[in-house]
Design a protein around this ligand. Structure first.
Ligand code: SF4
Length: 452
């Protein structure tokens, strides 16, 4: 019998969470890879909305699902951690019940290792709880934790998670190194060692239901925005072979009937002529009917008339543009990704290509250290005037980003030692006076979203 491995996508602990095409893509790649290597892989997705064990009549009503596969998660109110006691918001564990997670762990009799992923730094309580339960149910089995939080807050993860190993150097282009790590913990190599560095499709087929799939045509980003960790997490901008990406899209569409695909790229449209443009043209030629979504923003500068037409014709539905602020001086300080007139031009091109106002969502950063409320309000109004709809993105301070030191200096919270304080719901870098004006900003953005 080949060794059994448990892969876990842990719960989210937060004031709010929403499934906006959220899937643990890295973990699914690892699952696909380990399966191909011959291991028996068991995936426990704590955020599985469709888990059969959650559908019994005794459970709460099914979480509301919305268009294109997005929607709510299961949710259970829970006690707020001490640092949040003064925050007048309910705090919840999002995902399947604790008992169901325990049942899932108990089903696997003899795992050789347990691997967990992580995402936002302030969601670590879900990871910590999953590790603690895994260790209780499978004592002596090595537990390995990786993912974004462990890379951004390595020392914190080493100190507080209770994992046997914090894995910070795993590269999806070289997953053979994972086999070496497993070997260190006495997990025998599987039968198919020859596939060591060959990356298969992420194992969406191991999920209990597939509403949509996520895909990355590239890793990393050539920009270096002060508030973003993309450069730290992926120092190089690497594009996948467009032919392989196209094959992957067609595989999920034809074999699994997938209609909705979310791009996870940080820089989808950069060098589009030689990359994503080729993929989209091929999809148009083949009359492939898929709806594409861009939860990570598109670069405003890249929306030429030709690109806007290509996006429309190839089936993009939910466009999200990364504007952040309408103040060009602020762009000079923060990201250099926009010049005067770029946003207006991009929106015009999208409108000419057939997108209507509500299709053109625009992210606006709110809560940056030193940012004024007036600047956010002006940006919201600007987006409405230009003909797009504003979406406020609350700033979360991220370790290892250029803006981190400034965030720490502005924050009344101890961001360095407690990642819970990175939570954007508490606006860690804004004072009370500014926070009091947040409902007004949200109302303004909502009014523009709801207007014609
Ligand atoms: S914010 Fe966007 S454009 Fe800027 S570095 Fe991050 S991914 Fe790239």
């Amino acid at each position: 019998m080949s060794p059994e491995l448990i892969l876990i996508n842990p719960w989210i602990y937060d004031f709010a969470a929403y499934d906006l095409w959220s899937k643990p893509l890295g973990l699914l790649y690892i699952a696909g890879y380990l399966k191909r290597c011959g291991y028996q892989v068991h995936l426990i997705d704590c955020l599985d909305v469709y888990h059969p064990g959650m559908k019994s009549p005794s459970q709460k009503p099914f979480p509301t699902r919305r268009v294109y596969g997005t929607g709510k998660f299961w949710r259970e109110r829970t006690v707020k951690p001490l640092p949040f006691q003064a925050i007048p918001r309910t705090y919840s564990r999002y995902g399947i019940s604790r008992q169901l997670f325990i049942n899932e762990l108990q089903k696997i009799q003899n795992p050789a290792a347990i691997l967990l992923t992580s995402l936002m730094t302030y969601w670590y309580p879900g990871l910590k709880e999953a590790i603690s339960l895994a260790k209780k149910i499978h004592p002596g089995v090595p537990v390995l934790a990786g993912g974004i939080y462990t890379r951004l807050c390595t020392e914190h993860a080493q100190r507080c998670l209770g994992a046997d190993r914090i894995v910070t150097d795993l590269d999806l282009n070289n997953l053979g190194s994972l086999l070496d790590i497993l070997k260190e913990y006495g997990v025998p190599l599987s039968k198919n060692e020859d596939v060591k560095n060959d990356l298969p499709y992420p194992a969406f087929d191991m999920l209990s239901h597939i509403d949509y799939i996520c895909i990355a045509t590239s890793i990393g980003c050539p920009y270096h925005c002060q508030y973003c960790a993309s450069r730290y997490l992926n120092p190089s901008f690497i594009k996948r072979d467009p032919v392989h990406v196209l094959d992957e899209i067609l595989y999920w569409h034809k074999d699994f009937g997938i209609q909705d695909i979310a791009f996870y790229d940080d820089a989808l449209l950069v060098d589009s002529r030689n990359h994503v443009g080729l993929i989209l043209e091929e999809l148009i030629r083949g009359k492939v009917n898929i709806r594409f979504h861009t939860p990570n923003a598109l670069h405003v500068k890249e929306i030429s008339p030709e690109m806007a037409t290509l996006l429309k014709r190839s089936g993009f539905r939910s466009i999200r543009l990364g504007l952040e602020t309408s103040n060009i001086k602020e762009h000079d300080d923060l990201d250099h990704k926009l010049s005067e007139g770029d946003f207006e031009r991009a929106v015009k091109n999208l409108q000419k290509a057939g997108f209507i106002k509500k299709d053109i969502g625009t992210y606006i950063l709110m809560g940056l250290p030193g940012q004024s409320v007036e600047s956010v309000a002006e940006t919201i109004s600007f987006v409405g005037r230009v003909g797009a709809v504003p979406y406020l993105a609350e700033y979360s301070p991220i370790p290892h980003t250029p803006l981190w030191d400034k965030a720490c200096a502005y924050s009344p919270y101890d961001l360095e030692s407690e990642p819970l304080f990175h939570n954007n719901t508490i606006f860690p870098c804004w004072d009370e006076e500014k926070k009091e004006k947040v409902p007004g900003l949200k109302k303004l953005a909502m009014e523009i979203r709801q207007s014609d």
